[in-house]
Design a protein around this ligand. Sequence first.
Ligand code: SF4
Ligand code: SF4
Length: 94
Amino acid sequence: MSAVEKRLGWRKVPPGGAISEAGSSALYKTGTWRSFRPVIDEAKCTKCLICWIYCPDMAVRRINDGVEIDYEYCKGCGICATECPVKAIRMEEE
Ligand code: SF4
Ligand code: SF4
């Protein structure tokens, strides 16, 4: 059961599970789903931002000098590691 459902209780979940409030995805810490974690090798990273474009959860964040992973939301799908053209991201078991 999600944090939102626990808070609301099933009787108060909107019909059809409709999203009644914008920005509610921030409440779902999808990082708890992860069994593998992406780790960026800074020495290999060319800062091309392809991982940032491909991440389906917007868990790759742009920082001043490249990218970093937000592990609170990264669900460990591995798309970033697959798409990185220089293989700078390795998936490590949690
Ligand atoms: S795709 Fe790879 S090289 Fe490009 S920014 Fe991400 S980690 Fe760095
Ligand atoms: S493993 Fe998946 S969710 Fe996590 S940063 Fe990479 S693409 Fe995003």
